[in-house]
Write a protein that binds this ligand. Structure first.
Ligand code: 5GP
Length: 188
């Protein structure tokens, strides 16, 4: 029996997933966060090697060719994101690994790891709330905001393909529900 334990949180951008991920990591100190590689530039406050490994597109392609990526997606036009094999290889029951990835990546993770993975879809209460949150975050231009919202509308259709759906209507409640789901997955 495999002891590998991988947890993926997936959601349309702006669903509060990143905050949730941080809280999950606080609740499970033994859990490690899988730091992805990305070609998008860092946002203010983001640290290389902590939030992402920020790399060039050329480097990204080299990583693909070298077989370093478990999965990768062009999440937005010209913006590549990928999970490093090295980040999930050591995932165990004692040290589970948490992934914060897009819905296509999450589908791939489920396909690769099956019952060793718990994929939780975080759903915003509505597209309107999502648009509002993204605007307030103020990290996007109108164009990337539009891309993100178009993609979110599409991604909501994926919700029922995953192990669980958590509606992020209230962050505290959603966090508790997510933690409960993860705890029972880890004990299984
Ligand atoms: P952001 O630019 O807001 O940090 O992330 C955009 C989207 O890319 C989010 O949905 C995030 O979960 C996703 N993402 C981050 N890392 C990865 C990854 O390694 N693989 C995939 N498929 N998606 C990722």
């Amino acid at each position: 029996m495999s002891q590998r334990k991988i947890i993926a949180l997936t959601a349309p951008s702006g669903s509060g997933k990143t905050t949730l991920a941080r809280r999950v990591l606080e609740a499970f100190p033994e859990m490690r966060f899988s730091v992805s590689v990305t070609t998008r530039p860092p946002r203010p406050g983001e640290k290389d090697g902590v939030h992402y490994h920020f790399i060039s597109e050329e480097d990204f392609r080299r990583r693909i060719a070298a077989g370093d990526l478990l999965e990768y997606e062009e999440v937005y036009p010209g913006r590549f994101y990928g999970t490093l094999v090295s980040e999930v290889r050591e995932a165990t029951r004692e040290h589970p690994v948490l992934l914060d990835i897009d819905v296509k990546g999450a589908e791939n993770v489920k396909r690769i790891f099956g019952d060793d993975a718990l994929v939780v879809f975080i759903r915003p209460p509505s597209l309107e709330v999502l648009a509002e949150r993204l605007r307030r975050r103020n990290t996007e231009s109108e164009e990337t905001l539009r891309h993100r919202l178009e993609r979110a509308a599409h991604e909501l259709a994926y919700a029922d393909r995953f192990d669980a759906v958590v509606v992020n209507d209230d962050l505290d409640r959603a966090t508790e529900e997510t933690i409960r789901l993860i705890r029972s997955f880890l004990e299984r």
